[in-house]
Design a protein. Structure first.
Length: 116
């Protein structure tokens, strides 16, 4: 069973930056899209950003202009560059890879805390 492993989370001050990485432990074929989601305490998991196999990106309104998603299908990796972080960005961030066969892989999550 292929697993996704995230890294790069941590504690950062408001206005700071972090770069999250996600790599698959094996090969995932027929990737349709890769993305990042987050879940804050007491809230539902929400979409942060996605990128399709063709390179099209989509962002939540709350992160537009501050976050950038990138990925490499052939490496089964996806990244999230987060700039100008705000306290409301504090959450557990999960990466996700979806295939054209409707299989969905999830990482275990990485904590991002934005606080002074």
């Amino acid at each position: 069973q292929v697993q996704l492993v995230e890294s790069g989370g941590g504690l950062v001050q408001p206005g700071g930056s972090l770069r999250l990485s996600c790599a698959a432990s094996g090969i995932i074929y027929n990737i349709n899209a890769m993305g990042w989601y987050r879940q804050a305490p007491g809230r539902q998991r929400e979409l942060v950003a996605t990128i399709t196999s063709g390179g099209s990106t989509n962002y939540a309104d709350s992160v537009k202009g501050r976050f950038t998603i990138s990925g490499a299908n052939f490496k089964n990796t996806v990244y999230l560059q987060m700039n100008s972080l705000k306290p409301e960005d504090t959450a557990v961030y999960y990466c996700n890879i979806k295939t054209t066969w409707s299989t969905s892989y999830w990482g275990q999550g990485t904590q991002v805390t934005v606080s002074s």
